[in-house]
Write a protein that binds this ligand. Sequence first.
Ligand SMILES: Nc1nc2c(ncn2[C@@H]2O[C@H](COP(=O)(O)OP(=O)(O)O)[C@@H](O)[C@H]2O)c(=O)[nH]1
Ligand SMILES: [Mg+2]
Length: 459
Amino acid sequence: MLQDTIIAPATPPGEAAIGIVRLSGPAILSILSRIFVRGNARQAVSPEPGRFCHGWIRDPDTGRTLDEVLVVFFKAPKSYTSEDLLEIHGHGNAACIRGIVHVCLQQGARMALPGEFTKRAFLNGRIDLTQAEAVMEVIRARSDLALRSALRQLGGTLSRKLREIREKIMMLLAGIEADLDFPEEEIPDVISSHVREEVAALVRELEKVRRVGDCGRILREGVTAVIVGRPNVGKSSLLNALLGENRAIVTEVPGTTRDTIEEWVSLDGVPLRLVDTAGIGDARDRIEEMGILRTREALSGADLVIFMVDGSESLEKWDFHIAQEIADRRCVVVLNKADRPLKLDEKEIEALLGHGTPVRTCLLTGEGLGDLRKAVRGIFFGSGVQIEETWTANARHLDALARAASEARRALEAAERGLPSDLVALDLRGAAKAIAEITGESVSDSIIETIFSRFCIGK
Ligand SMILES: Nc1nc2c(ncn2[C@@H]2O[C@H](COP(=O)(O)OP(=O)(O)O)[C@@H](O)[C@H]2O)c(=O)[nH]1
Ligand SMILES: [Mg+2]
């Protein structure tokens, strides 16, 4: 299956200093010998591995010169694909690139599918599936933090961690199976308590990997934060303050904001999609009614709720209604209008509304905005997760990790209830299999196809 030689442009079309075409597969040197003329005719036509070599690409059928180029040859297995690989660096002109690709196709290469170079690197065992996925994460990263997280994953940090976990499970299984082989030498208590501890540690470790990965996902996709509260507490003022411009209309008239307003802001490197809403309160007309409906819609898609109350007034029924509606959500409570005397103390507000210590702000002066940033960041990167250790989880990873963790938890339960150890082993094997899916050691062809089909051509 891998015996053919593939080709694709590696740089985008259009005017540029250079344009690169890549080939991978067994036939590249014979193709090159027919289309490449070295600048220095005394040198051998075959380029030395890992060195730039200057020359001309000619069409052997017409004798026409297509471009002046530098070629670099990477000898298997020391290449991106682990196969013989060739880069032809021509001029950044679509016609030059087209000419080079065309002549290579004529000499027997075939156009590469999206992601086929990286797929070969994976199938040849140079990288695992999480690293292959990281290649596209690096290319598509839209923020500095997302890029750093993708680069760590590409470097194999996650792969190593998962391999480590899988080896631990294998050791546990080996221990359990050794006991199964010699049931007469039963020392069940000692072994099961030891196994139990190890399985409990495994559950914790899997949950941590998942949390860290989810933070990476947030760095990539951004956090959708929805500001809710009664009319007139200062929601639009908060949007404007975090944005640093007067995006939303702010007046002392309740019901000023009728539609939802969205803007992206960077919160210390964390991309935040901030949504200002009409809020929730008594609607006085149909427009306000629809605004409240939209607020509820926005709330349902929020990763984070910023719940704002006016600290200079007593809490009202709507404050309690909102608190109830968002009871189980990730939330920060903001106690605004700190320039006025506080009607309720922070402890009371915390007790009445839940959701931890409120942040006090005054949006007329910007007081407390720093605390709010810190609180928001803490919600995603608190609980022992450092931005420096994140990796970029996608739905596939999170799903497999959730299965691994739930199998491990089941193993723990079985061990705690003193069930036969082959049942514990069964669940542990399930956990190991889910992890092998993430790294690609055990994964279906159709999943592999789907992953690489999302790549760009030439990668
Ligand atoms: N005194 C005081 N007034 C504020 C503060 N923040 C906002 N306001 C005022 O409260 C009113 C309502 O603000 P707005 O942002 O439109 O509230 P929203 O209806 O929740 O969007 C406006 O007159 C703001 O100037 C604050 O911290 N202190
Ligand atoms: Mg408003």
